[in-house]
Design a protein around this ligand. Structure first.
Ligand code: ADP
Length: 347
């Protein structure tokens, strides 16, 4: 088994081959009857970066913990490659976990943090230190192996946490909100680095986040969850441009949900235009309620009137266009869009 191989090899640890994950009618009911995850089906391709995304309480972490083996499954199956891992203990699955703020032991050096799981397995000191050093070198941290976590930057700590997670040759790396405790600047740097490592290692990454921006920046596949079910699976481009329903459109942001004669439609903020509609283009009247300068563009709040009455609409106007045609608070405006830029939403 991979875990045993890891402790026996003398050539130093190298990441093993990626595996895909398949969830089949996977459910989790906690004691007391609440359904945290409700019969979800999902295929995650091997070697891909998958983000589980959704509001707090939607079941993302429970799903990740079931894949990790840290939470029992109420019903359904989890496959890794062709193996059914549903009932395997966590350590036998071929997954590794990275937690929020990396959860390094503060009193252990980087090297001892990485070597910790081998120590628990009884691997001799010289052997485990050699493997840990090799992994730290893999993430360009070999020269800082003797530092304590508190003596490392956030980015360096992330690399130590990654090296530690790689120690058991995982096929799938599970990341539970790893970036959410970082300040915004560091978070953007760290996510770029995570993406680079995922591509370089070629492993399957499954990353839980509540941030749309983070998921779009990282994912090959985004899985949007709500109330224990999957609302939509797709590439960031597909999900942003073709949200399937009102929940996804509103959760992703950047869209207006309009009640039009054809039904519920989504139109992106940056696809709404001000002024007289081009021929055969749909339009709505409204009044400007907010003007917010954002640098590259100006965000306008408009109280518009659609089929069912007043509705708040956001319009993103490029800065140069706003400078040519400024509008003011309280001004009556007409909004229009190209018909092909309105996208029907399921009720
Ligand atoms: P998310 O990660 O999307 O914020 P979670 O998977 O943590 O959501 O939780 C999903 C639902 O399950 C929530 O309603 C939460 O309150 C509930 N839940 C999570 N953990 C437990 C638990 N140990 N016992 C009971 N209910 C839980």
């Amino acid at each position: 088994m991979w875990g045993m191989d890891a402790s026996k090899t003398s050539s130093g640890p190298v990441a093993s081959r990626a595996a895909g994950i398949e969830l089949i009618a996977l459910s989790k009911r906690y004691d007391g009857g609440s359904v945290a995850v409700n019969a979800i089906d999902l295929r995650i391709a091997e070697g891909s970066y998958c983000c589980l995304l959704g509001p707090s309480g939607c079941g993302k972490s429970t799903t990740l913990r079931m894949i990790a083996g840290h939470e029992s499954v109420s019903s359904g199956d989890i496959l890794m490659g062709s193996r059914n891992i549903t009932d395997l203990p966590a350590a036998a699955r071929g997954t590794a976990m990275m937690f929020q703020s990396f959860a390094l032991f503060p009193h252990l050096t980087a090297l001892d943090n990485v070597a910790f799981s081998l120590k628990m397995k009884g691997v001799a000191r010289a052997e485990r230190q050699q493997q840990a050093q090799a992994l730290l070198e893999r993430v360009a941290m070999g020269h800082l192996a003797q530092r304590l976590p508190g003596e490392l930057s956030g980015g360096q700590q992330q690399r130590v946490a990654l090296a530690r997670a790689l120690m058991n040759h995982p096929k799938v790396l599970l990341l539970d909100e790893p970036l959410s405790a970082l300040d915004p600047f560091l978070r953007i740097q760290m996510r770029a680095e995570l993406r680079r490592w995922q591509q370089e290692l070629g492993l399957t990454f499954i990353h839980v986040t509540h941030s749309q921006e983070e998921a779009m920046a990282l994912a090959d596949t985004m899985v949007v969850m709500n109330h224990g079910v999957i609302e939509q699976v797709g590439s960031p481009h597909q999900i942003y441009n073709r949200p399937v329903n009102e929940f996804v459109a509103r959760f992703m942001g950047g869209h207006n949900v309009l009640r039009l004669p054809q039904g519920l439609m989504a139109v992106r903020n940056d696809h709404l235009q001000l002024g007289s509609p081009a021929e055969a283009c749909p339009s709505l009247g409204g009044t400007v309620t907010d003007v917010e300068y954002q640098g590259t563009h100006v965000l306008l709040g408009v109280e518009a009137v659609d089929q069912q009455g007043a509705t708040g609409v956001t319009v993103m106007v490029p800065e140069a266009r706003f400078a040519e045609h400024p509008v003011q608070l309280g001004q009556a405006v007409s909004l229009w869009w190209q018909p092909q830029q309105a996208h029907a939403l399921a009720a």
